[in-house]
Design a protein around this ligand. Structure first.
Ligand code: GLC
Length: 741
């Protein structure tokens, strides 16, 4: 009885406590709104419009500087925010300019802190391959801590664009092709950046980008048009943005693309109907770089005035770098085309974020040079970067257990344009990262095996056709017991404005690989790249392949940890690797079609010249150990709409190494009012098992996992037969059916 009473008291207390917290949050929000209103009342129309402009700081050989015209605007209160400015001293100097204005409204400082600020973590696509949400949140946490210590308040991240076309260079900045995984990762990143208190000096405001569906650019060509059904938009592309907003993100960035004919930056359906009215987003919307001006190129605005009018009326609050709001809004208000209340709404959203960051209380709270000095690249940050990097590595092939390499090995040849490469390791969008401080693969191997005879040869350049280094590479390969062949793409080949029409290794790297292969030496290929590559020959010929993406400052150490067995690789691909660019779009959750592929039927959905199958499927990744999946069991064979189905499966580590496995659960809706994908990821668990250990896993399935946009575009489930598929990747699964009655 006593325990029961205590439990009851505990429950009552926790309810009151959480109510109190909510009350506190609500009270805090109400307070801020009152403060915002009191500031707004004092502002002139010109000062209000000034808050809606964001301009860049610049850099030259003398260091960071702000253009004269921007300085003049800041001093007149005609700038709300500056981006690409960081450093406690420099941001203080710029803030002082704003503090000398009539209204003394603090500037917001933003920057592209995408995967680390000074300590660079793996590129986002690599982190997605870890399927480790805690690791991903930690990465964003460290990035925010360093960024805030250098005077920054706001990062233009997370990028939440689902990407199914690896020709698109920005696939490197996101979480890959899957909506469910992408949504969870978006949430983790927002939590990491914003923490629990935006006013803390180790958090920054997040920015959900690029809203919306930028990853569906036609032909994988950056900035290209996007056209899709509302069902596709809502089912595949929108959820990660919504997840980030539900996690509390306080800003959103518009995407460059037009969506179904209307550029995002002038798209009221996106910026108001969905963002404000459906998702109840309270933060502010900033355009991408000069996007308001680009409405004229899109051909929806005849001049700067019309572009500004379309944008502000769509619900876009802040103008990044076009300067059109400053130029046109006052006249648009005077001519009645735009109401002052529309301007007020935008200003209030921006002021609210500045209050949330604590900038009105102390505009210089993030300009602390002492904090800056003691924070950047702390040893524990470097260790975190190494750990997240290890977890992001995907083992694609390991024939005859060539990996891990025995540490007693006598001589190793480290060959390739990425063997002694530091610059490319930190990838694109590496912010204030200093590539000279990254650990190269060669350095990582030497540090791991100080006694071994480590030979090095460049072998080739990354992208030119020079074969002058081949002979030297072949020569040292012949002298070694094993060859580590480091191949890939240059960092600039992914990221913004980096679409490729081919997914092959650039330059003569494949020819180099063939020359090394002809020596007959055992080879382990280490790939460094920001997108899936069509490495069919390597997959066929080379015994071991590690996908290491761009792992950041600690890349060399992390790869050496895996190569020599100090860490058993556990990554899984967050994006499909095609066999050929001609298969694109190719992703795991395709439709069955009315003529599903049948090798014996010409008239079925397939190619004349290649399989429908990818080179490596979504969710794929090997381990140095092996995992055996037991039979799938269900708590019931059928459930009603208000019941939960319990799914059980045992996993056994049947190999010699302790290892981690990402157990993935997919669901297929076999018959519905619209055709449904052959499978969709709905849950996963990353578990660690000692050699020989087994574990029973449980998953819970309810109608939440079965819902979709039906034929009438209502969101919900439909009764009928479903299939559950569980496995260590999206292809090799154990399946069982159940009925929703
Ligand atoms: C760029 C990118 C965007 C970035 C912004 C500011 O063009 O599209 O992702 O945040 O401009 O650098």
């Amino acid at each position: 009885m006593k325990i029961k009473k205590q439990t009851t008291l505990l429950i009552i207390f926790s309810i009151l406590f959480s109510f109190g917290c909510n009350q506190k949050t609500v009270k805090n929000e109400v307070n801020i709104d009152k403060k915002v209103d009191s500031v707004l009342k004092l502002m002139t129309l010109e000062e209000k419009i000034g808050q809606l402009s964001l301009f860049t700081s610049d850099m030259d050989q003398t260091g960071a500087f702000i253009r004269k015209e921007y300085q003049e605007d800041i001093k007149k209160g005609r700038v709300g925010a500056i981006f690409n400015a960081y450093g406690a001293a420099y941001t203080r100097k710029l803030q002082e300019m704003a503090m000398n204005t009539r209204m003394k409204i603090p500037l917001l400082f933003g920057y592209d802190v995408i995967h680390g600020h000074r300590t660079i973590f793996p590129v986002p696509l690599a982190e997605a391959a870890s399927w480790d949400l805690a690791a991903i949140e930690l990465s964003a946490r460290v990035a925010a801590t360093e960024a805030a210590a250098e005077g920054l308040h706001w990062t233009f991240a997370p990028m939440c664009d689902i990407a199914r076309d690896p020709r698109w260079g920005r696939v490197v900045e996101g979480a890959g092709e899957d909506t469910y995984l992408g949504s969870l990762i978006a949430q983790a990143r927002v939590k990491g950046f914003q923490g629990n208190d935006l006013a803390a000096t180790n958090t920054v405001a997040a920015c959900v980008k690029h809203f919306a569906a930028y990853g569906a650019a036609q032909a994988g060509r950056d900035y290209h048009s996007v056209d899709m059904s509302e069902r596709m938009l809502r089912e595949v592309y929108l959820p990660p943005y919504q997840a980030a907003i539900d996690a509390g993100a306080v800003t959103v960035m518009t995407s460059f693309n037009d969506l179904n004919g209307i550029p995002a930056t002038a798209n009221r359906f996106l910026m108001t109907d969905i963002l404000r009215n459906e998702w109840n987003f309270k933060g502010f919307v900033v355009t991408d770089y000069t996007s308001i001006m680009e409405l004229m190129f899109h051909g929806v605005a005849a001049d700067t005035a019309q572009a500004s009018e379309l944008s502000i009326l769509a619900g876009v609050d802040m103008d990044m770098q076009s300067g059109f709001y400053n130029q046109e809004l006052e006249n648009l208000v005077k001519t009645g085309k735009v109401t002052e209340s529309a301007i007020d709404e935008a200003v209030k959203r921006i002021l609210r974020v500045k209050f949330q960051l604590g900038l009105f209380e102390n505009p210089y709270k993030y300009c602390n040079e002492e904090l800056e000095k003691e924070t950047l690249m702390k040893p524990e940050f470097l260790e975190s970067a190494r750990d997240v990097a290890r977890k992001s590595i995907v083992l694609l092939k390991n024939e005859n257990g060539i990996l891990p390499i025995n540490k007693q090995v006598k001589s190793i040849a480290v060959i390739g344009p990425f063997a002694d490469n530091k610059r490319d390791l930190i990838g694109s969008w590496s912010a204030a990262g200093n590539w000279s401080k990254s650990v190269s693969l060669l350095e990582g191997i030497k540090a791991k095996l100080p006694e071994a005879n480590v030979l090095y040869a460049r072998g080739s350049n990354i992208a030119d056709d020079s074969t002058q280094f081949f002979a030297e590479a072949v020569n040292i390969a012949k002298k070694a017991d094993i060859v580590i062949l480091a191949l890939g793409e240059a960092a600039y080949m992914t990221g913004e404005a980096a679409s490729r029409s081919s997914l092959d290794l650039p330059g003569v790297q494949m020819q180099l690989a063939q020359k090394i292969y002809e020596t007959g030496k055992p080879i382990a290929v280490v790939l460094m790249n920001g997108r899936p590559l069509t490495i069919n020959w390597l997959n066929e010929k080379v015994p071991a392949i590690l996908e290491t993406w761009f792992l950041g400052t600690q890349a060399g150490n992390a790869i050496a940890d895996v190569l020599f067995g100090d860490y058993n690789p556990s990554g899984k691909l967050p994006i499909t690797f095609p066999r050929a660019v001609g298969q694109i779009p190719i992703h795991y959750n395709m439709k069955n079609t009315g003529r599903p592929m049948d090798p014996n039927n010409k008239y079925s959905s397939k190619y004349l010249d290649i399989s429908n199958e990818p080179l490596y499927p979504f969710g794929f990744g090997l381990s140095y150990t092996q995992f055996e999946y037991g039979e799938l069991s269900l708590s019931k064979n059928e459930i009603s709409e208000n019941e939960t189905l319990t799914v059980k499966i045992s996993i056994k580590n049947t190999g010699k190494f302790k290892g981690k496995e990402v157990v993935q659960l997919y669901i297929r809706d076999l018959v519905a009012s619209v055709s449904r994908p052959v499978k969709e990821l709905k849950a996963f668990q990353k578990i660690e098992l000692e050699a020989g250990e087994s574990k029973m896993l449980e998953f819970k399935i309810s109608t939440k996992e079965l819902s979709f946009y039906k034929a009438d575009m209502s969101f919900g489930y439909e009764k009928g037969e479903f299939e559950i598929l569980i496995g260590g990747n999206s292809r090799d699964t154990k399946n069982v059916k159940f009925l929703l009655k």
